[in-house]
Design a protein around this ligand. Structure first.
Ligand code: HEM
Length: 416
């Protein structure tokens, strides 16, 4: 026997989703007193769910699939068409293995070394500037690093343009009007640029270093032994470049947390690396970034007495799951020490998705993200002095992605 899933009535709630942002699912989980409920989004029935148990079924490949799940506005900006995010089964595992081969420890160390050099260059530039708009500057710093690490050539006079195009991809998916269209234009421009590089590598006109993303993706063979279509190969190279630049959002939240909790700075200095890691985990848990992951029910099943019908759009609440009172005591308090007791569960701390990297859709770049945050936190705490003048540092729980309003202006930067 089935129970009725709690259901939000009304024709469509897409607007509420945009209006309530990160809290759309958590608000309803709270008011329905249920980790799963039904609503209508984009004119269709949709299931929303959150919490560790829900995450566990969401990442069960027998229950959910990804092909056809992402809304158009997301595909046309953030994801692109036919990339790893949209694959299922063997095809997904094969493509994902290629991504994970780029994340070997020695390659992540190389990423850290490249990034350190760019931080040094940046800090020396910022010391000459009256005001530094930290969000804008960290995007450029990461764009240079991402291209270098991926083996993608980037000249100095291209930097502004490519940074803008690639960042528009993650700044625009939930936006309306010109900001959204900028993302669609950015996708076309970036795919054209990278698609040409793929062709040049294949024709031997461009020497791409082996083991780096551009070379690996240009020469990757699918399960039938064919090279990827150049457009799909471009989508996958962009799946490396874009999210590395997006780490600028987390770096901004590192700076914001240091500002709001000044005692943390002293702790990071005195307690060393283990504490710095806990601080980074807490920033990824506490601040909003990716609101939800989406999938379709693969075939009919029942869970906790509720029916899940084949083809139903399903959203997993990432932000809310990281703020569940169980296991996160006082979830809305910033408290890095909580990670001293965290058991490494694959489903209760999911800012970059849950489950397994190789067989599921958990973020391929989670280790790279943590690596980049470590280097950046070290600069913010130990290798530079700076002042934060009065400004509006509030961040929105509605706009996705959320970025501090002032984009964090800093002054009097001095290398240490
Ligand atoms: C997937 C978040 C950085 C590459 C994802 C997913 C999330 C996510 C939520 C989807 C999980 C799912 O669908 O179940 C983030 C956040 C980042 C970040 C918040 C911080 C900036 C990175 C980096 C890279 C990367 C640095 C690469 C260098 C990918 C790829 C996928 C993915 C390739 C698709 C995986 C798949 O479908 O199997 N990420 N990510 N991400 N991420 Fe990240």
């Amino acid at each position: 026997d089935y129970s009725e899933m709690p259901e939000e009535t009304g024709i469509d709630h897409s607007l509420s989703l945009l209006r309530e942002g990160y809290l759309f699912i958590p608000n309803r989980r709270h008011s329905f007193h249920s980790d799963v409920f039904e609503t209508k989004l984009l004119g269709k029935r949709a299931i929303c769910m959150g919490g560790k148990d829900a995450a566990e079924i969401f990442y069960d490949n027998e229950k959910f699939k990804r092909h056809g799940a992402a809304p158009n506005r997301v595909k046309e900006t953030l994801f692109g068409e036919k990339g790893v995010q949209t694959l299922d089964g063997e095809a997904h595992r094969h493509r994902k293995a290629m991504f994970m081969s780029l994340m070997l420890p020695e390659r992540l160390d190389e990423l850290a070394d490249m990034l350190k050099k760019q931080w040094e260059v940046a800090v020396n530039k910022w010391k000459e500037m009256d005001e530094v708009v930290f969000y804008e500057e960290t995007k450029k710093l990461l764009c240079i690093t991402a291209c270098q690490w991926a083996g993608v050539p980037l000249s100095g006079d291209e930097l502004e343009q490519r940074t803008e195009e690639l960042s528009s991809l993650f700044e625009s998916p939930a936006a309306v009007g010109p900001k959204h269209w900028k993302g669609r234009h950015g996708r076309n421009a970036a795919e054209k640029w990278v698609g040409e590089l793929i062709e040049q590598v294949r024709e031997g006109e461009l020497k791409a270093p082996e083991g780096m993303a551009l070379h690996t993706i240009a020469s990757h063979l699918d399960l039938e032994g064919n090279l990827l279509d150049p457009k799909i190969a471009a989508v996958e190279v962009i799946n490396i470049l874009r999210p590395i630049i997006a780490i600028s959002i987390y770096i901004n939240f590192l700076a914001l947390a240091l500002y709001h909790y000044p005692e943390e700075k002293e702790k990071i200095k005195s307690k060393g690396e283990t504490y710095a890691e806990m601080f980074i985990q807490e920033v990824r848990r506490f601040y909003p970034f990716f609101p939800a992951a989406v999938a379709l029910v693969k075939k009919d099943f029942t869970w906790k007495g509720y029916e899940f019908k084949e083809g139903t759009l399903t959203l997993l609440d990432l932000y809310g799951t990281n703020h569940d009172p169980e296991p996160w005591d006082n979830p809305d308090v910033f408290h890095p020490e909580r990670f001293a007791h965290w058991d490494g569960d694959l489903y209760n701390f999911i800012p970059q998705g849950g489950g397994d990297y190789y067989t599921g859709h958990r973020c391929a770049g989670e280790w790279a993200t943590i690596q980049v945050m470590k280097v950046s936190l070290d600069f913010l705490v130990n290798r530079m002095d700076y002042e934060v003048p009065d400004q509006d540092l509030s961040f929105s729980m509605v706009n996705m992605p959320s970025i501090p309003k002032s984009k964090i202006v800093i002054k009097n930067v001095k290398p240490k």
